[in-house]
Design a protein around this ligand. Structure first.
Ligand SMILES: Cc1cc2nc3c(=O)[nH]c(=O)nc-3n(C[C@H](O)[C@H](O)[C@H](O)COP(=O)(O)O)c2cc1C
Length: 251
């Protein structure tokens, strides 16, 4: 079993999205699977220029792009994997620009033929794409913050002629690094759940419904979270008044 995760956070290995992916990797490795995490913030990646030269091919299973960067190489690795995880922070209610740029380039896996599926016309894809998982973190409380990403990723799965087998969403993500000791057990309990998710994904190539529900629950009631966040905002304002340029902490 070989899993590949794409991390669309500009913070790469320092972020909340990575914390989730890292725990899933730990679970997957426990049961003998391999999992690679690709940080889009660390690869050379350009934006699609819309030339469609990637469809100018005789063999529909050929992958080629006029842009000579790292993206083609990542796709080649993905096509050898048994499961893909797309991980992203919520940025302005959607996937990050990094993730979107990466996913736009997936057009090179398709070809010019059209197909009809579930009442929709789609561009054909000659590859057997493995099941995919959508994973995201955000700051605000409530899973409605993942609505756009969830709908988008369902369509991405349809485009790729595959199945979305899991959705792992973590709102209130700043609690994972909240600078209060008593909160650390919450972060630990959540990490244990992601480890379980890694085990399930590696063994079953899908996420069971009970685990999905546990994974995606609020960590603390929204009212408590908002109060803590307001205190943090006050602290930041005070620091700003003191001319300390250490930014908005705790996200
Ligand atoms: C530019 C920007 C936009 C954001 N937009 C949202 C948003 O719309 N909703 C939300 O709940 N959090 C939003 N956040 C917070 C991030 O989603 C959250 O901190 C996330 O866990 C960061 O993940 P990372 O550490 O992996 O980058 C935003 C953060 C940034 C920097």
């Amino acid at each position: 079993m070989n899993i590949i995760a794409i991390n669309g956070s500009p913070r790469g290995a320092n972020g909340n999205t990575f914390r989730m992916l890292d725990a899933i990797r730990e679970g997957a490795q426990k049961v003998g699977a391999e999992m690679e995490i690709v940080h889009l913030s660390e690869i050379d990646m350009r934006m699609c220029i819309g030339c469609f030269r990637c469809w100018d091919k005789e063999d529909s299973r050929e992958i080629k792009c006029v842009l000579k960067d790292d993206v083609e190489g990542v796709y080649r690795k993905m096509l050898k994997a048994d499961l893909w995880i797309f991980g992203t922070p919520v940025y302005y209610d959607n996937v990050t620009a990094l993730m979107k740029i990466f996913q736009e380039r997936m057009v090179m896996m398709h070809n010019a033929e059209l197909r009809y599926a579930q009442d929709k016309y789609l561009h054909d894809i000659a590859f057997d794409i493995p099941p995919i998982v959508s994973l995201a973190s955000c700051d605000l409380p409530g899973n409605y913050n993942f609505h756009v990403i969830s709908e988008y990723m369902k369509k991405v799965a349809m485009n790729l002629k595959t199945e979305l087998v899991g959705e792992i969403y973590r709102c209130e993500a700043r609690l994972l690094t909240w600078p209060v000791e008593s909160m650390q057990f919450i972060a630990k309990a959540q990490r244990d759940l992601w480890i379980k998710a890694g085990v399930e994904l590696a063994q079953l190539r899908r996420l069971s419904e009970p685990l999905r529900k546990s994974l995606n629950r609020l960590l603390i009631p929204a009212e408590c979270y908002i109060e803590g966040a307001s205190q943090l905002a006050e602290d930041t304002k005070r620091k700003a008044g003191q001319n300390k340029a250490d930014g908005y902490g705790g996200y």
